[in-house]
Design a protein around this ligand. Structure first.
Ligand code: NDP
Length: 365
């Protein structure tokens, strides 16, 4: 990913080199909302924590898309969702009858918010049903699955985007601006940490999660390293891990530390953990540094640089992310955060797992 790709794709991105240009949230604020029935209809597939606590509430404030349907395997959730969000019976689907969504013209976009192992299947089924797709991270468990998802969307002439909400978060995009525009000179080092203790449920079932802390939390560090310097990792080396045991196929990393050698020569170090809470993004450059802590949360992000504390807007990341995707659909343009971006992260995770098993440095394909 070049710096251009990391910035210029987003519908509201500020032009490069312009500190005084308005940020994403200001540009979004200036846009007039569509009338309710002109907004694109989104169906949320998988009514778990993220869909319930973040996406559905954010959709109530979106200007270009709205919550129009649900896909769930749990019938007891349906009455609450229908009542709270006025979802008609004909826009409620199960995983079994999901493909019938093809004939529902009030659903334009399916947002996949299922356990990781189900992303590929449902993204492909949604594309085959003629729907645009937003897929949560990680995009899939393998790059082969990613290729199938990308191919299905292309064949259906529909967009595929990944739910990387931090591309719409001003503090994270300030790190990207400082790194890619070399505001403090050439970046020399990146450090990212993301951890959360006491994880449970499908995240601890390797068949559904694809792995441990790196799949769920480490992927933020990988993405951050990429947008912070606008470069791609050429190789990865696992430095330490706990939890994975090569003799036990169901085992996964509870903690992992790894290094990414970026193409321009700088090193990015990262840690992901299910053992402890961690949330940090730091970039050092020749003449200064910037640090966010917490860095990857939904709100409350704090930042400072070599020259003082940052005071940037607090935004609803999911709102901006979904409206950005909706605008891409409405404008007939490319998705800002396309499947190819998500596939690269999956390739990096696969290389990290390969390094975890062999103990060697592994080149990224
Ligand atoms: P939850 O466990 O809270 O919800 C997952 C939902 O998937 C369930 O509630 C269920 O919905 C459905 N589901 C279908 N099959 C299964 C199964 N076999 N086991 C468990 N659940 C199943 O997970 P999250 O909402 O936290 O995460 C969902 C996805 O969103 C993940 O890919 C995760 O990485 C991503 N995510 C992204 C975040 C971000 O900031 N971008 C934050 C949090 C999560 P139902 O009962 O309706 O069928």
């Amino acid at each position: 990913m070049t710096s251009k790709e990391s910035h210029s794709g987003a519908q509201y991105a500020r032009p490069s080199g312009s500190e005084t240009q308005p940020g994403i949230e200001v540009l979004h604020h200036q846009l007039q909302p569509l009338e309710h029935d002109k907004k694109l209809g989104i169906a949320l597939a998988g009514l778990g924590n993220y869909a319930t606590q973040q996406l559905a509430p954010a959709l109530q404030q979106c200007k270009f898309c709205r919550l129009a349907g649900i896909v769930t395997g749990n019938t007891s959730k349906i009455p609450m969702w229908q009542a709270r969000y006025k979802i008609p019976d004909e826009n409620v689907y199960s995983y079994d009858n999901f493909d019938e969504i093809a004939s529902n013209s009030s659903i334009d976009i399916v947002y996949i918010v299922l356990p990781n192992a189900l992303h590929a299947e449902f993204a492909i089924r949604a594309a085959k049903a003629g729907k645009h797709v937003i897929c949560e991270k990680p995009m899939a468990l393998t790059t082969a699955e990613c290729d199938e998802m990308i191919a299905a969307s292309k064949a259906a002439n529909r967009l595929l985007g990944i739910g990387y909400r931090l591309h719409f978060e001003p503090y994270n995009m300030e790190v990207a601006r400082i790194g890619t525009e070399k505001i403090f000179g050439n970046p020399t080092y990146i450090h990212a940490q993301h951890g959360q203790a006491n994880m449970g449920g499908w995240r601890l079932d390797k068949k559904l999660s694809g792995g441990g802390a790196i799949q769920d939390l480490g992927i933020y560090c990988i993405q951050a390293a990429r947008y912070a310097c606008g470069e791609e990792p050429e190789s990865v080396q696992v430095l330490e891990q706990r939890g994975f045991d090569a003799s036990d196929p169901g085992s996964m990393e509870r903690y992992i530390a790894w290094e990414m050698q970026m193409e321009g020569g700088l090193t990015a170090r990262a840690e992901a953990s299910y053992e402890a809470d961690m949330n940090l993004l730091h970039l050092t450059a020749e003449h200064g540094w910037i640090e966010l802590s917490p860095a990857f949360s939904y709100s409350g992000i704090h930042g400072k640089t070599a020259t003082g504390f940052l005071q940037l807007a607090s935004v609803n990341q999911q709102l901006l992310q979904m409206d950005d995707f909706a605008l891409s659909v409405l404008h007939g343009s490319k998705a800002s955060l396309p499947g190819e971006l998500g596939k690269k992260d999956v390739a990096i995770i696969q290389a990290i797992y390969s390094s975890m098993q062999s103990g060697n440095r592994v080149a990224i394909e």
